[in-house]
Design a binder for this molecule. Structure first.
Ligand code: ARG
Length: 466
């Protein structure tokens, strides 16, 4: 088969080399964006009188036919034509004749491929932003149901202080809100029009880059033709924001796995998002959470692939850059499905009633409150901490908890203890006392729910078509 670049070649390409350099098996996914970009480019060429209106009409008509062939599954991709760009151009020429060859005037595949990835990522990032919002909304629903449920908060995976379950869920929502902001921010740098850079130095044809940008709904054109064809920062930023998002999901997944274990027994996952064991009939495994936790690894891997791909790469275009697509595509696929599965898993899950004696298994969850009590009576906090520490040691030695130690025993440790101490160390009062902005008191948690509700209601404007 004759290559579009075959003019200076005498021998044909080695067959293995042909397969090795072909990207069509994966960049095929860009077909709609490639055609959209080509239509805009062609209309711009006509507007600038570089080709005639009649020629433009013919080419645009042909491109639309090619699009239909893709959509109906009729398009035959050919490895020998390397990539999506040459496959489409070659078919176009078959359909409309030699005028199809005018489409590539004032353009190179170097700027064309950048445009395609940017168009593609614009749509995908907009979808991911919606997925994050949807998940955050579902979690907010769940938080609303649990503004009275007390759970132990942990540090070092040891029981630390009582908190509201809603408060804990809101912590995860805060992370997701930042993930959404990171995606929206990456979108700004994706949303730049590179066409017109051609191979690397621009073009001698009197094109109108701003017109192409307008047709494709880009607010900005790139400012340096060399950078335009070399830059993949925008894709790296996307992979990085995705890595952080997956890291957040993996932390939540870890908790879902723990909470649904019989040792915790807090969370019941639905049958729809769990699987059984082929040998142990009693098993109901939290596979959805485990898989998302596991998939965070490949998303980090994709980020590292992209960074390594770009490291030390000289300007401008190098064929290495063809390797950017698979990590980006895999990141998009993994993030989208993880968000959807996580949302479904949490929407169909329910928290079981957690009895208070199960909340305070250690028996010392409100030790800080005891120290705070003493501090509020004028004992310096360090001393109050020491006295409470002695109280805990005494309890452990005598097989008691803070709840069943008597005032007489307490007075022996410190005369500062009075009968009102017991009020200070109930789980409920401990929670309600944390009435600082951002704290776990119900009043604060309700305020944060209202704030997040408002925030999530604001529709993201990214990715909106004209
Ligand atoms: N398939 C190529 C890629 O993805 C398109 C650009 C090829 N440019 C070139 N000069 N060979 O990077």
């Amino acid at each position: 088969m004759k290559k579009p670049w075959s003019g200076r070649f005498k021998q044909s390409t080695d067959t293995l080399m042909e397969q090795f350099s072909a990207s069509i098996s994966f960049d095929r996914r860009l077909y709609a964006y490639d055609i959209e970009g080509s239509i805009a480019h062609c209309q711009m060429l006509a507007k600038c009188k570089i080709i005639s209106q009649a020629e433009s009409k013919k080419i645009v008509g042909g491109l639309k036919r090619v699009l239909k062939e893709f959509e109906s599954g009729k398009f035959q991709c050919d490895d020998r034509l390397e990539d999506i760009h040459m496959n489409i151009e070659s078919r176009l020429t078959e359909l409309v004749g030699s005028v199809g060859g005018k489409l590539h005037t004032a353009r190179s595949r170097n700027d064309q491929v950048c445009l395609d990835i940017r168009l593609y990522l614009r749509d995908e990032v907009a979808e991911i932003v919606q997925g994050i919002t949807q998940l955050a909304k579902t979690l907010l629903q769940l938080a609303r149901k649990h503004t009275d449920t007390i759970i132990p908060g942990y540090t070092h995976m040891q029981q630390a202080q009582p908190i509201l379950l809603a408060h804990h869920l809101l912590a995860h929502i805060e992370m997701l809100v930042r993930d959404r902001e990171r995606m929206e921010d990456a979108f700004k740098r994706i949303n730049v029009m590179p066409l017109g850079a051609a191979a690397l130095s621009g073009t001698g044809f009197p094109i109108d880059r701003k017109y192409t940008a307008k047709l494709l709904n880009f607010p900005e054109v790139s400012h340096n033709s060399i950078d335009s064809v070399s830059d993949r920062d925008f894709a790296i930023e996307f992979c990085s924001a995705s890595g952080i998002l997956m890291m957040h999901l993996s932390r939540f997944c870890e908790e879902v796995v723990l909470w649904s274990s019989c040792e915790f027994g807090w969370l019941e996952l639905s049958d729809a998002y769990t699987t059984g064991s082929s040998i142990m009939p009693q098993k109901k495994n939290p596979d959805a959470a485990e898989l998302i936790r596991g998939k965070s690894g490949r998303v980090y891997g994709n980020l590292v692939s992209m960074l390594t791909l770009m490291k030390s790469l000289p300007l401008a275009y190098n064929k290495d850059l063809q390797e950017d697509k698979e990590p980006v595509f895999d990141t998009v696929d993994t993030v989208k499905v993880s968000l959807a599965i996580f949302e479904g898993m949490m929407k169909s899950a329910h928290f079981k009633k957690i009895p208070l004696d199960r909340v305070d298994i250690s028996g010392f969850l409100t030790a800080t409150d005891m120290a705070d009590y003493l501090a509020s009576k004028g004992v310096p906090f360090r001393q109050a901490h020491e006295i409470t520490g002695q109280t805990v040691a005494y309890c452990i030695a005598s097989g008691k908890t803070l709840q069943d130690i008597t005032l007489k025993e307490l007075k022996k440790i410190s005369p500062k203890f009075n009968a009102d101490v017991f009020d200070h160390i109930t789980l409920e009062n401990s929670v309600q006392k944390k009435n600082v902005y951002g704290g776990t008191a119900k009043k604060q948690v309700l305020a944060q729910i209202a704030r997040l509700e408002k925030k999530l209601k604001i529709k993201s404007t990214i990715g909106e078509k004209k």
